[in-house]
Design a protein around this ligand. Structure first.
Ligand SMILES: [Ca+2]
Length: 311
């Protein structure tokens, strides 16, 4: 059993969101214009012409966010979305920057209440919620600004397709020549909100896991700020306690632009590991590995002092 569960993490996020300084200007434009999506996201791509606030025809699902601001700033990259809807099925969240869809995932709906964690990118972005019914789609659009940050040079983002309860999949980032489930691995036990000292001294180059989602769907994000040590990092996914037939998707970004994406086979057994890819941080290259194992994957090499945290 893990010591920290989603409910506790979510309560912290609520506090962070409430205590963050917010403003209600409508931003530079009320109309998002056209939104560009990759071909694999065509089925969910938000339409052109969405404006801040509610976008929906009569009969489409209602969307009443707990925070109905159409523009706000926060300092926590894991933003907790919540509110009321008459939708009876799950919805989607989208993050759009510069007219391009950067990330999306599932918003869960339970007895008229919707909830999700949205991983905000550094700076300003459009944040969109979508719900569907037989009449059509409805959208809520707001503008979110993540402050007090610098653009992550590297981001791995994990989502999965089971939930909303008791489906716990985990994202790992292993530093060059490090081993899984040690201090050379950024994962739920040691890296939520930072805490590992990798790369240059101080916080430069340190890994940061935004949240450990233990209920379902994700997302989980691990980022590296500038100053990261060079070499080959390894992105790994673990089925910690997921339900059967969970498929995980990992997206890899450099400077907040997606460069690689892959989806696993069904992760049927707890403690199944999916070694996704090797990543050369300096050269911005991704080399797929795409192997599965029933125990922690062997390290590609050993560090001079096993388990040590570089200062
Ligand atoms: Ca997790």
């Amino acid at each position: 059993m893990k010591p920290v569960h989603l409910a506790a993490a979510a309560s912290l996020l609520v506090v962070a969101a409430i205590t963050s300084c917010k403003s209600d200007s409508t931003g530079p434009s009320n109309n998002l214009g056209a939104i560009t999506c990759s071909p694999s996201d065509a089925a969910v791509c938000p339409p052109a012409g969405l404006t801040v606030g509610f976008n929906g025809a009569t009969g489409t699902p209602t969307i009443t966010p707990a925070d109905a601001s159409t523009s706000f700033s926060v300092s926590n990259s894991a933003y907790l979305v919540g509110g009321a809807t008459n939708s009876t099925s799950n919805g989607y969240w989208f993050v759009v920057i510069g007219g391009s869809l950067r990330a999306w995932g599932v918003i869960t709906v339970s007895t008229g209440v919707f909830a999700a964690e949205v991983p905000l990118f550094c700076g300003q972005q459009a944040l969109i919620y979508r719900f569907d019914n037989a009449t059509g789609h409805s959208f809520w659009v707001t503008r979110a600004t993540l402050t007090g940050c610098s653009t992550a040079i590297f981001r791995a983002q994990l989502t999965w397709d089971t939930g909303p309860d008791n489906s716990d999949i985990d994202l790992h980032l292993v530093r060059p020549a490090g081993s899984t489930n040690t201090s050379n691995d950024c994962y739920y036990a040691n890296c939520q909100g930072g805490g590992l000292d990798w790369g240059a001294s101080g916080t430069a180059g340190d890994p940061y896991l935004d949240v450990d989602n233990t209920d379902g769907y994700g997302p989980e994000n691990i980022t590296l700020a500038s100053g990261a040590e060079s070499g080959t990092y390894r992105v790994i996914v673990r089925n910690f306690n997921g339900v059967a037939s969970t498929h995980a998707t990992v997206k890899i970004y450099f400077n907040d632009v997606e460069q690689y994406r892959n989806t696993s086979v069904a992760l049927d057994a707890p403690n199944t590991y999916w070694t996704v890819a090797n990543v050369d941080i300096g050269n911005h290259t991704v080399t797929p590995v795409n192997t599965y194992s029933s125990s922690a994957p062997a390290a590609p090499g050993t560090r001079p002092v096993a388990g040590a945290v570089r200062k």
